[in-house]
Design a protein around this ligand. Structure first.
Ligand code: IPE
Ligand code: IPE
Ligand code: MG
Length: 252
């Protein structure tokens, strides 16, 4: 079935990344171009999520991780933050069937402490509900997420374990670190994609993208379609991931 779908999108023979992380950027500029309020851009951007989730599931991506709201985004104007939170609430309600019908598990990473309580509870309840089904894909939403906060949290937890005598300093390695990250149960991204032409990471998954392929496109998030995603996957597939080794080693 997946093979037919890959053919349909011209992706037959291409490597499909197992984990794609996306920085969904450019909603504000999309709205500004039309002399609209930024929130209209966010609403339009929110609509694009559906197609990208369905498409990922269709072609066999196992993990899709979307940057929805960063720890730094809390410092945006109050009405924009409020608008984004209410969009999140609508999004959670609206996506329940999509997730359950397609065996997709919903997962959140980040500090949800500042998310309004009712919205947080609804989000976590859906996450719980989708996790109890057998799932084919994990959709992770980074919310109130900041990579430096995440790393600091991990370091503090590990330090406390050492202090209490549960862990030796010599035993601290990448695996121990991973256990303390929000992403402890998902593999590192194979492909990191950012829309809107900005060539930066903006505090996203710093530890996890050590060996990810990076892809930047000028397309603004509200304009991002599956055809654009296909382009990214084709480019990903043509790259040689060497993980520090030589081409000869990789190909032997
Ligand atoms: C991304 O779009 C969405 C969030 C950060 C919540 P932006 O709102 O950053 O859009 P631009 O970068 O201003 O165009
Ligand atoms: C990153 O975009 C966060 C999200 C897409 C949610 P920003 O628009 O906040 O990033 P900067 O400020 O341009 O680096
Ligand atoms: Mg932006």
């Amino acid at each position: 079935m997946t093979k037919e779908r890959l053919e349909k999108y011209g992706l037959n023979g291409y490597k499909i990344p197992s984990h794609v992380a996306v920085i969904m950027d450019g909603n504000g500029r999309w709205a500004k171009k039309r002399f609209w309020n930024r929130l209209k851009g966010h609403a339009e951007g929110e609509k694009r999520v559906d197609e990208i989730v369905r498409f990922s599931r269709e072609i066999g991506v196992r993990y899709l991780t979307l940057y929805a709201f960063s720890s730094e985004n809390w410092s945006r104007p109050r009405d924009e933050v409020d608008g984004l939170m209410s969009l999140l609430a609508q999004s959670v309600k609206k996506r329940r069937d999509l997730l359950l019908d397609n065996n997709i598990r919903l997962n959140f990473i980040g500090d949800l402490g500042n998310v309004p309580e009712k919205i947080r509870e609804a989000a976590l309840a859906l996450s719980e509900e989708t996790s109890s089904q057998s799932y084919e894909m994990t959709l992770t939403v980074a919310l109130g997420y900041g990579s430096r906060d995440e790393i600091l949290k991990a370091v503090k937890e590990i330090a406390l374990q050492v202090k209490k005598g549960y862990l030796e300093v010599e035993d601290i390695d990448s695996q121990v670190m991973k256990k303390h990250l929000y992403t402890h149960d998902i593999p590192d991204p194979d492909l990191l994609l950012r829309t809107s032409g900005e060539i930066r990471i903006s505090n996203y998954l710093l530890w996890q993208i050590a060996y990810s392929e990076l892809y930047f496109t000028d397309v603004l998030w509200p304009d991002f379609k599956k055809e654009n995603f296909v382009d990214a996957i084709k480019e990903y597939s043509n790259r040689e991931r060497r993980f520090g080794k030589t081409t000869e080693q990789i190909r032997s």
